[in-house]
Design a protein around this ligand. Sequence first.
Ligand code: HQG
Length: 178
Amino acid sequence: MNKEFEQISKYLSYLLRHAPESIGLRLDPNGWAYIADIIEKSTSPKMTKELLQIVVETNDKQRFSISRCGNKIRANQGHSVEIDLTLEPTIPPSVLLHGTAKRFMTSIMAEGISKQKRHHVHLSEADSVANAVGARYGKPVILKVDAEQMAKDGFLFFKTANNVWLVEHVPAKYLKCA
Ligand code: HQG
């Protein structure tokens, strides 16, 4: 992603996941905002429909979706504001991964993985993704989650439009160091 697009992507994440009210933007109950509203209300950076489209299409993690009619946009995951992505529970692969930092490991192995400020714990299928996610907070560690057993035990898993797996909590007994 080029620098300008990256800046817009970060700002869109801020607006659509955390602080729509900062520019008086309204999200509907499913997290959608009118593109025209963002263009009208966002002054810095200034947006156009074409720019938003390119940012959505070229985003390295496919963080955003544009609605079927093309007039609304939402973040695919990572919200702190209360919205409902209306995802269906989905059977997960037998093993999923969580990338974290070494310094969180004592606490995680005692309490399990908690969702912290987000709506869910985020899990991935690929080592490379988990490694990059963990590296944001320090020396990365990849944890293996026994998703098959969790699903058997009644935990619900959801898959976002950009292939992130979500679950409410991962108790420590389902974790192994990869
Ligand atoms: C850790 C980014 C201590 C957890 C990424 C993580 C991802 C605990 C941090 C997405 C803990 C929370 C989500 C416990 C969990 N004790 N630490 N009991 N339980 N933690 O950012 O998974 O770029 O909220 O391991 O790529 O790192 O925003 O979650 O290190 O997909 O699209 O607490 O955010 O995506 O950090 O990242 P986060 P995450 P975007």
